[in-house]
Design a protein around this ligand. Structure first.
Ligand SMILES: *Cc1c(COP(=O)(O)O)cnc(C)c1O
Length: 417
């Protein structure tokens, strides 16, 4: 691989997605923003979309606007589902947070497998996922099997398969591991779990908008995910959930709210879940926030997930090669799978002083994030990051290691990392 800056410029010149960068705010401020996997950039269209909902639909339309707002969850859900995730219409709902959606689908799946009493999750999965699994298990008197995973290489499927038996009801797993970026084999895990009589709830938070998920082709049953990462839906944007069409009528989620009710405005005496994906809704959808998600998801769909994933692989391959060349001599080690086919779109590097390095990088105009115990995570979101940004970020990282400027930063961590 040619590791010169001009080679990176040539990759940008040939990039079919290059034009999308100009549709985001703040891209000309010189900042090397490599944290799109934590909070995506703001699309330029978003403020106007929010203003339209606020000024016209709310300001003038008032309560009458509920005629169009009422199905915002399924409408934006379909943009994500059919445009980005390879789902069929009516299989994705925008609602609540990832944490709450995971809870809803986990309980619904566990209820559908009576007699089984074990939940499986990965010991290195994102905290909220492990906590929700532990909470559901505690409430229902179930056991949790936390399968160990290598923090850099991800979960070995053989280890997971060994944990599957006739007691297992639901497996919760991230398609892309938040720390290392390790990519799971979604189709293989789903079918192995099914063969053991269990359902998998996939967490797509670090996958959606970054890698091809192909829910239908991979025969996925259940999934949840974030919209404020690679979908650029904005801080606190509502999450989405996916339930395969054939399963919808068999499942009941535990939050019996009026938005999941059949004939909602009949205001009937008893809960009777709506047919289809609507039954997985609980309360009133966040209409304003959904407008921002719609803008972000449409941009991702327009770019095309195949092209985005290809660019993500190319950028992370460049990042790994540059890190090997320029950072490894200073004690920085790759903490992601080396095989590009086994990675999502972000790359993680390990160094004993990762926290101080992260703070110093931010002050030098490079924004990664820190993850415990000693990781710098770099997420060059393919929709608006240039190859040359990756090159410049590694160059500034190298200079920082060489001049030791990070030593001036305190070792104590701040509340948000
Ligand atoms: C970001 C992320 C979440 C966030 O959940 P919220 O409920 O939106 O706070 C959950 N799971 C994973 C794997 C994530 O990466």
């Amino acid at each position: 691989m040619d590791l010169t800056r001009s080679a990176a410029e040539a990759l940008d010149a040939a990039d079919p997605l290059a034009g999308f960068r100009d549709r985001f705010a703040g891209v000309d401020d010189g900042l090397l923003y490599l944290d799109g996997n934590s909070l995506g950039r703001m699309p330029l269209e978003t403020p106007a979309a929010l203003a339209r909902v606020a000024e016209q639909e709310w300001g003038r339309g008032l309560v009458g606007s509920w005629r169009s707002w009422i199905d915002v969850g399924t409408r934006v859900g379909d943009v994500i589902g059919t445009g980005v995730l390879g789902a069929r219409p009516g299989e994705v709902l925008l609602s609540d947070s990832t944490t709450v959606d995971l809870y809803k689908l986990l309980v619904a799946a566990a209820d559908a497998r009576p007699g089984r009493d074990v939940l499986v999750c990965c010991a290195d999965d994102f905290p909220t996922d492990r906590y929700v699994v532990a909470g559901v298990a505690a409430a229902r008197g179930m056991a949790v099997r936390e399968v160990p995973a290598d923090v850099d290489e991800g979960l070995d499927p053989a280890v997971l398969y060994a944990a599957l038996d006739e007691r297992v009801t639901v497996v919760v797993l991230s398609a892309v591991a938040y720390r290392s970026g390790a990519l799971a084999d979604v189709a293989a895990v789903t079918s192995a779990a099914r063969a053991a009589g269990a359902l998998v709830v996939w967490d797509l938070s670090h996958a959606v908008g970054a890698v091809e998920v192909d829910l239908a082709a991979n025969d996925v049953d259940l999934a949840v995910g974030c919209t404020y990462k690679y979908l650029n839906g904005g801080p606190g944007a509502p999450a989405f959930l996916f339930v395969r069409r054939e399963l919808q009528e068999q499942l009941r989620q535990p939050i019996w709210g009026w938005f999941g009710q059949r004939d909602q405005f009949e205001m009937g005496p008893a809960y009777d879940p709506a047919p289809g994906i609507d039954r997985f809704a609980a309360g009133t959808p966040p209409v304003l926030a959904a407008a921002a998600v719609e803008v972000g998801a449409r941009l991702v769909a327009e770019a095309g997930i195949g092209r985005l994933a290809a660019k993500g692989r190319a950028m992370s391959a460049l990042l790994v090669a540059l890190a090997d060349e320029h950072l490894a001599p200073h004690g920085v080690a790759l903490a992601s799978p080396r095989d590009g086919a086994r990675r999502g779109a972000h790359v993680t590097l390990a160094h004993p002083h990762a926290w101080q390095l992260t703070r110093a990088l931010v002050d030098r105009g490079v924004v990664p994030d820190f993850r415990t115990p000693d990781r710098v995570r770099l997420g060059p979101a393919p929709l608006y990051t240039r190859f040359v940004d990756v090159w410049d970020a590694v160059d500034r990282f190298r200079a920082l290691l060489q001049d030791g400027g990070w030593r001036a930063y305190p070792e104590e961590r701040t509340r948000v990392t």
